[in-house]
Unconditional design. Structure first.
Length: 85
């Protein structure tokens, strides 16, 4: 089996992200702090936090993310900080 590439560290300049784990397990790395993820876990990733979500297992990690205010336009481009247009 080929080695998995690490996901890039990301940030959202103008939006907080609430991440709800629906199924599976993994780890969230937020500003260097590791949090174990499992079904039922809810994590707050604040605007500007550097973060990475990893799934080291063989099963899917299913999550639902809510951004407040919205972080992306419908076509996927990031909105400017604090802009919901």
């Amino acid at each position: 089996m080929a080695a998995r590439k690490a996901a890039p560290t990301t940030l959202h300049k103008g939006a907080d992200q609430w991440l709800n784990v629906v199924d599976g397990s993994g780890v969230a790395i937020i500003n260097g702090h590791r949090t174990q993820l499992k079904a039922g876990t809810i994590v707050l990733i604040e605007a500007g936090d550097r973060h990475e979500i990893r799934n080291p297992g063989r099963t899917l990690l299913k999550t639902v993310g809510v951004y407040v205010p919205p972080a992306n336009r419908d076509e996927g481009n990031e909105l400017l900080a604090g802009r919901g247009e």
